[in-house]
Every structure is written in structure tokens, then in C-alpha cells.
Design a protein around this ligand. Structure first.
Ligand code: ARG
Length: 410
């Protein structure tokens, strides 16, 4: 009996070629496994295609809900942005895919898992490291990293093996998409000076084409999780879809960044993540009102650390879990409503309210109703400034006595 391999199958040219290539090169039975995280391919067609190419099984799993609840919302609670810019859409999807694939591999008694990642990207790191953590002894095969085909040779192999190529006009871009965002690579964007063309984007309109009238959205959070938009409750998937639609319509969430890949390459990355960016901005604003300044300061450090860990493929580590535990703990009082204003590419927070608000009108107001004890400020500043005053006095005294420090050498 042949050994089995579970292949992460997208239906694209590379993974389709991989179905054949794995059979020819490794003489293994291929189980094609496709995962829906909001990437919107035509799954029935993809299944069919995998079976035609000789896969012994073609499985499709709808993982959208767990993707949002267990991967994207934890990222939102952390306000996760890699290098302050990238909401990590692809980076959040890969560990989930690896987990689901490893589960199938275990269930089917497969000898290996396989994925279509190349040697230059982050996704190979995420797939491989996640698999190493979840099934330390499982073999990992990355056909596109092993075969020595360039693009033309891959196509030639596809034609020779009667692998159907996409019928649609070939997009000049390489796209990776899920509910949390869309990454657009290649083509003219490999020149970091070239402005990303409008046809690269499908969710966020150009700011200049956005409506002339601003739109307000009230976002309700419960313990750091968004649960309603404009007072209407949504389940997780629908909420993120609606957030993408609302913010995208106003051109919010286009991102253009020169990013540091895990394997040491700087690359120009273009994203659109209207929903994620709107939700993160709103969530941060609610935290500003509900968390102490110390929590906010430390959480920003945790956020940067968390984002880097996830970007570099270390989702399934104790360290990531420890950081997530801190983040979760901070969210106990992050409930309330944030009002954002969407207009011509911008998303500004214009209002926030919470039962756990630490904003105290009596303390803050400059008008009547002021409850702040001004005398306390005087005493506080006397002590707060004491080290600065002491230092200044000590330095001034020392500077007046140069002889004490300078030894005459001649
Ligand atoms: N630079 C992003 C990341 O590493 C996007 C990658 C897109 N992936 C892809 N296979 N095209 O997360």
C-alpha cells in the first residue's frame, strides 16, 4: 500500500502541479485538502479538479468561523500589526491551515503533509514550524521548494500533464486573501517607488472615488470582541464581512509597506484590510478609555512581540500562549461602544462610551463641577520633580568647582 500525503490544496497552478508531482516523485497517494477562510474560490470546482488530477480524496473544510474567533479576534484584542502596519491576515491563516491539515494527516495515518509554498516567503516558515510543533515527527514536503521549475516550466509541466490552467485572464498579481485582509504582490508593485495601481484593490476603493458624504459606524465591543455594528448584532463572520464592506466603501485600509520577511528579505507589500483596520482603531480607542496607562504602555510592547511571533510562524508556542493570556486578561473591562467616522480613506474615532470608562468628568473638566484637588497637584509635583531638581543642583555645584575634577598634568 502506498503512503499517503495530505496536501494543502488551493486549486491554483502550483498546488495542482503538486498533486501530480507528488504522485510521480514520491509515489504517494495524495489527499487534497482545501480550507475556506474567506478566500472565496469555487470549492466544488476545486474538489473536482483535484480528483481529476489523481487525488484519492479531495476534502473541503469551511474554517471561517474558527478563523475569525480563534485567530483574528485574538489578534484584534492584541491590536496586532506587524511592524506597525500589517494586520497579519495571511500570517493568521497559515497556522490554522497547518492545524487542520495535521489533524487530517493523523486521522488518515498519512506519512507526510505538503504545501505549495516557495523558498522565499513567510508561509513556508509558518506551515513548517506549525507542523513541527503539532506533529514533531511528521514529514513535510514542499514541492515548489524542491522542484527546480521557474514559472514557464511549471506551466509547461501543467500543459504536459493536462492540468487545466485558470481560464480567466491572467492577473498580473499574486493574491492571498482571507476575511481579515488581502495581500497583493508582484507586477509593478515590486518597484517600491511605483504607486499601487487601483486595479490591485477590490475591497477598498480609491479615496478620491469614495463617497463625498462621511458615514458614521458605531462598533460595540464585549470584552474586546466586536459584537454589533450600528446597534445590530452580528455573528463573527458576518460582522467582519460587514466591517470590510462599510470601511472598504470609504477607501479605508489600503496599506503600502516595505516589510521584513522572516527569511531576511525586505519586500514591498500591499494590502487591503478595511474591516480589520477599522476594528483595530476602534478597539484601541476603547482601551484608551478603559485601561490604565500602565496597562496600555505594557500592552503595546506585548502587541509588538505578539505580532512578530505570529508573523514568524510561532503561533503554536507556549510563549505566544503566554502573551495571549496577558492580552485576554486585559480585556475584562474592554466593553462599550466606539463611534468611527469614515471619509475618503480615513477612519477617525469621534466618540466612545463604556460602563467601565476610567474617564471621570469631574476630574477632567475645566468648567464648573470640577472635583480635582489642586493642592494635591502642588505636593505631587514637588516630589515628582525632586530627582530632576536634585540632579540639576548637583551638576551645577560640580561645574562650579572644576579644580576638584580636573587634574593639572603640566
Ligand atoms: N507578506 C504577507 C505575509 O507574509 C503576505 C503574504 C502573501 N502570501 C502569499 N502566499 N502570496 O503574511
Amino acid at each position: 500500500m502506498k503512503e499517503k500525503v495530505v496536501l494543502a490544496y488551493s486549486g491554483g497552478v502550483d498546488t495542482s502541479v503538486a498533486v501530480k508531482w507528488l504522485q510521480e516523485t514520491y509515489h504517494m497517494d495524495v489527499i487534497a485538502f482545501s480550507i475556506d477562510v474567506g478566500n472565496e474560490p469555487d470549492f466544488p470546482i476545486i474538489r473536482e479538479k483535484a480528483l481529476k488530477l489523481g487525488a484519492i480524496q479531495a476534502v473541503v473544510v469551511d474554517a471561517r468561523e474558527t478563523f475569525i474567533k480563534d485567530y483574528c479576534f485574538p489578534a484584534l484584542k492584541a491590536n496586532a500589526l506587524y511592524e506597525g502596519q500589517y494586520p497579519l491576515a495571511t500570517a493568521l491563516g497559515r497556522p490554522l491551515m497547518a492545524k487542520l491539515i495535521v489533524d487530517v494527516a493523523k486521522k488518515e495515518g498519512a506519512a507526510a503533509i505538503a504545501h505549495g509554498c516557495t523558498a522565499k516567503g513567510n508561509d513556508q516558515v509558518r506551515f513548517d514550524v506549525s507542523t513541527m510543533a503539532l506533529a514533531p515527527d511528521l514529514k513535510i514536503i514542499a514541492p515548489a521548494r524542491e522542484w527546480s521549475f521557474n514559472r514557464e516550466q511549471t506551466i509547461a509541466y501543467a500543459i504536459k500533464n493536462k492540468i487545466p490552467l485558470p481560464v480567466t485572464a491572467k492577473s498580473p498579481y499574486s493574491i492571498d486573501q482571507n476575511l481579515w485582509g488581502r495581500a497583493i504582490e508582484c507586477g509593478v508593485m515590486e518597484d517600491p517607488w511605483a504607486e499601487p495601481p487601483n486595479d490591485a484593490f477590490i475591497w477598498a476603493v480609491a479615496a478620491e472615488k469614495a463617497p463625498n458624504k462621511a458615514e458614521y459606524v458605531d462598533i460595540t465591543f464585549e470584552k474586546g470582541i466586536p459584537v454589533a455594528l450600528n446597534g445590530v448584532g452580528f455573528d463573527a463572520i458576518a460582522l467582519v464581512e460587514k466591517a470590510n464592506e462599510l470601511a472598504g466603501k470609504h477607501g479605508v485600509g489600503r496599506i503600502d509597506h516595505v516589510e521584513d520577511r522572516t527569511i531576511g528579505i525586505k519586500s514591498r507589500e500591499v494590502y487591503e484590510a478595511p474591516g480589520a483596520m477599522m476594528l483595530i482603531r476602534a478597539h484601541e480607542a476603547l482601551e484608551a478609555m478603559c485601561l490604565s496607562k500602565e496597562q496600555i504602555r505594557f500592552k503595546a510592547i506585548v502587541s509588538a512581540e505578539w505580532s512578530t511571533l505570529v508573523y514568524t510562524g510561532q503561533w503554536f508556542t507556549s510563549y505566544r500562549e503566554d502573551l495571549s493570556a496577558f492580552v485576554d486578561s486585559t480585556q475584562r473591562y474592554v466593553s462599550g461602544v466606539v463611534r468611527v467616522k469614515l471619509f475618503k480613506g480615513s477612519c477617525s474615532v469621534v466618540g466612545r462610551k463604556s460602563p467601565y470608562s476610567l474617564y471621570n468628568f469631574g476630574l477632567a473638566t475645566y468648567d464648573k463641577g470640577d472635583t480635582f484637588d489642586k493642592n494635591a497637584a502642588v505636593g505631587f509635583i514637588k516630589l515628582w520633580g525632586l530627582p530632576a531638581r536634585t540632579e540639576a543642583q548637583a551638576h551645577a555645584a560640580a561645574d562650579k568647582k572644576p579644580a576638584a575634577r580636573k587634574k593639572k598634568t603640566s
